[in-house]
Design a protein around this ligand. Structure first.
Ligand SMILES: [Fe+2]
Ligand SMILES: [Fe+2]
Length: 280
């Protein structure tokens, strides 16, 4: 039996949802907005690839897991889109950027093979285990005293990314299998990710307002090296180590230890707590 649970968290994003939701580090705030800009298209792409593959999976547990993976990703996509729509209402030019990101994933889906799509999903989802652990372990630096709803959105998303960290690689291994081919495709995956990041960041810089911060002007798409400026360097080194390990041939995502806070998040959600503002 699969251990994944599909949760519908009733976030309420509206015109009051601030673009600059993180007053301590607008660069990190912009990086999260970037996830809401790219996430719906990116997750839709994964869902399409995995749904098309499910009939070819001949292991019942894996089929069930793949289906629940799609349902979790569907919820992520829906809630990031709701967040993005709230930003678009305030800054309508962002709609054009959303459509451009969408179109890039649609073209990619038409252009490449199903094996490539599964490799893309597996490679990126392998990174999400370490990213989730990093976000949760450093939650006080990244999310304290911010807009709680945006913080809760991204923390919910990544707790579930941690929960389904095995799904996409398990599907890839079952249906395609080759590690070396996936690694060869990784360059194309990175190049596509760079392409959509560029579309999203330049659109967000063009259509969202700027913010004066610590003597500089931050544009809506600025999310460079400053995003982790408050994180102790040992934590960053550990994070880089985990990211590298995630791409090794014998890596098993479930060996990554679940952070204690993520365990608490799961228990609190199961007990019926309000998770729409659940943040440090
Ligand atoms: Fe997701
Ligand atoms: Fe995921």
């Amino acid at each position: 039996m699969s251990r994944l649970k599909v949760r519908q968290i009733p976030f309420r994003f509206d015109e009051q949802t601030p673009y600059y939701w993180n007053p301590h580090n607008p660069y990190w705030g912009n990086a999260v907005n970037l996830v809401s800009m790219i996430g719906p298209a990116f997750e839709r792409y994964f869902i399409k690839a995995i749904r098309q593959s499910i009939p070819h999976i001949n292991d019942e547990t894996l089929r069930e897991d793949a289906n629940l993976f799609c349902m979790q990703e569907g919820q992520h996509s829906k809630q990031h889109l709701a967040h993005l729509q709230a930003l678009i209402k305030q800054h309508p030019g962002l709609e054009q950027t959303r459509l451009q990101v969408m179109a890039s994933y649609e073209k990619l889906f038409e252009r490449e093979s199903i094996e490539f799509h599964l490799a893309y999903a597996a490679t990126v989802e392998l990174l999400f285990g370490p990213i989730a652990k990093f976000m949760v372990d450093n939650r006080h630096f990244l999310f304290q005293d911010c807009d709680n709803q945006v913080a809760a959105l991204i923390l919910w998303h990544f707790v579930e990314e941690f929960e389904h960290r095995n799904s996409a690689i398990d599907v890839y291994k079952h249906l395609v299998g080759s590690y070396t081919w996936r690694m060869r495709m990784a360059l194309r995956v990175v190049s596509h990710l760079k392409e959509v990041a560029l579309i999203a960041q330049s659109g967000m810089s063009e259509h969202a307002p700027t913010r004066a911060w610590k003597g500089t002007i931050v544009r809506g798409g600025d999310a460079g090296g400053q995003i982790f400026r408050d994180i102790p360097w040992v934590n960053l080194l550990r994070f880089i180590g985990h990211l590298l390990c995630s791409q090794m041939p014998l890596h098993r995502p479930d060996r990554l230890k679940q952070p204690e806070w993520a365990t608490r998040w799961l228990a609190d959600e199961a007990s019926g707590k309000d998770m729409t503002v659940y943040a440090p």
